[in-house]
Each structure stands twice: as C-alpha cells, then as structure tokens.
Design a protein around this ligand. Sequence first.
Ligand SMILES: Cc1cc2nc3c(=O)[nH]c(=O)nc-3n(C[C@H](O)[C@H](O)[C@H](O)COP(=O)(O)OP(=O)(O)OC[C@H]3O[C@@H](n4cnc5c(N)ncnc54)[C@H](O)[C@@H]3O)c2cc1C
Ligand code: FES
Length: 275
Amino acid sequence: MTPYTFDSARIIERREEAEGIYTFVMRFTDPAVRKAYRFAPGQFNMLYAFGVGEVPISIVSDPAEPTRLEHTIRIAGRVTGVMTQWKVGDTVGVRGPYGRGWPMDAARGHDVVIVTGGLGCAPVVGVINYIFRRREEYGTLQIVHGVKTPNDLLYRERFDAWRLHPRTTVYLTADRPDKSWRYRTGVVTELFDELRVSPSAIVMMCGPEVMMHYGVRALRDKGVSEDAMYLSMERHMQCAVGLCGHCQFGPQFVCKDGPVFPYPAVKRWLGVSGL
Ligand SMILES: Cc1cc2nc3c(=O)[nH]c(=O)nc-3n(C[C@H](O)[C@H](O)[C@H](O)COP(=O)(O)OP(=O)(O)OC[C@H]3O[C@@H](n4cnc5c(N)ncnc54)[C@H](O)[C@@H]3O)c2cc1C
Ligand code: FES
C-alpha cells in the first residue's frame, strides 16, 4: 500500500449541471472501503481516469452519507475532459479524502457569509448544502457570488432555489451584464456595502485570489475579525499528501495544510506574484 494507492468506485448517477459541467455520484465497489470512508465538507478526493491521469476534485455530497460520493467536474483540460465522458456503470479510481475542510464546528451557532467568485464555486456548494440540511444549527446565511458575464453563472437554478430558504440571502452580481441579467451589476466587492454582517459571523471564501484579497478587506472594514475568515486555495497538485511540493504555497502545502486555510495563515502569501 503506497500513498498513491486508489480504490475503485462505480458511477451510479450522472447529471449535466450546465454546458461542460457534470455531477457524478459514485460508490466504492469494496464494501469494507465503503464502510470505513469518512469525509468533511471542503475536503477533496484525487479522482483517477484510468490511463489518462488524476486530478483533485472537491467532495460536494453530505458527510452524513459517506457511502454516496458526489463530485461536480468542469472541463478544464486533458484529464477533466475525459472525466466528463464518464457514464453510469463506469469504474473509476478514487483516493482520499484529503486536506482540511471548512470550519463547520466553529461556525455552528454563528451567522455565516459565503463569498464566491468566478467559475470555481464547487468547494462551497457542499458547505451550502451542509448548512441547509442542518439549518437550525446555524444563524443567517448570506451567499455572495460574483461573475464576469452572465454566461459565467453556473448553477443559476441552485442560486434561485437557495434564496427561498429561510434566513438566507443570495446576492449575485456580474461585472459585464447583458439584457437577460436580472441581478446586480458591478464587481463582487461592491455588494459588501449591502451586507449586514454581525461581528461574530464566520466567513468562507472561494474563488480568484484577487477577489478574496478585496473580500477580506471589505469584511474587515465591517468589523469581522481576520480569525473568522477562511479561504479555499487552489494549486496544481500531484501527490495530494505533502510529498511532491507541487502545491506549495509559502511554507505550506495546499493539499495537506489546506485547501481551506484560516486567513491569518495565508495572509502573507496571498497575491504574491509567482506563488
Ligand atoms: C483542492 C482542489 C479542489 C478542486 N475541486 C474541483 C472541483 O470540485 N471541480 C472541478 O471541476 N475542478 C476542481 N479543481 C480543479 C481541477 O483539479 C483542475 O481543473 C484539474 O486538475 C485540471 O486538470 P486537466 O488535466 O483537466 O487540465 P489541464 O490540461 O492540466 O489544465 C487546464 C488548465 O487549467 C489550469 N489548472 C489545472 N489545474 C489547476 C489547479 N489546480 N489550479 C489552477 N489552475 C489549474 C492549467 O494551468 C490549464 O490552464 C480543484 C482543484 C483543487 C486544487
Ligand atoms: S500535491 Fe504534492 S505536496 Fe501537495
């Protein structure tokens, strides 16, 4: 058994979320693996397309049902391009779960603000679903999402469904809207003026680093402590277990020290060119 040993899983469901984006539900084929596997929101698996390669993909299903693993994959290049052709009944490789996830225990009893931008909101979908399934355990939920153009808004129906939940507000904005756009216009940080954030809120952010940089600044100005802000980082990965150095970010490895970091742990390195 090496750190690279994977287990086999079978695809049991496939859904198209938007053009080029698919959700796959999978189940480990070995009952012993199925029984032992546990994960937390924000963790990821290395998914393996046999003969093609392995990539890190967030787990978006509910940890209360660990035998049913859900991953949403967007075609980005070579490996994900092949993965999006997976069909129900196909066998794939899975190793994980890896990394540190979102601070769901620290957030319990608090208001939560989720800030996401660009195309990469998969890591927060799991946390939003997690809170909805345990709605009474958390305070208000504010979801702030910014895109460049309306075409970049994935999961439009999900955002519309999320805003119907009690004690939940969804803010959507596009930098360059078209006639079909019925939400706000402008960059995501402009939405912060509208947020009513309690100083004890917990903030979870995911998206382009420049957006997170300005998001932290705006929320700090609203009285949120830096210790209460958590950022999900993305880096190229190979081993996912802290051995190869591909995901190094300052003194830390995104695969094992992250991908979710408390802001003070990455503050010094965020936005440093070349990191
Ligand atoms: C912790 C973590 C969780 C992730 N979760 C998801 C998820 O839930 N769903 C999803 O669709 N994708 C997710 N990704 C991104 C996904 O791993 C990459 O899109 C994938 O590795 C691209 O592989 P490829 O061979 O298809 O593309 P390649 O041909 O290798 O690359 C295509 C383009 O994407 C860029 N790219 C590749 N990997 C990364 C990366 N890690 N960070 C930034 N840019 C990259 C390349 O520079 C290139 O421009 C996650 C990444 C990380 C690190
Ligand atoms: S991916 Fe190898 S050290 Fe993180």
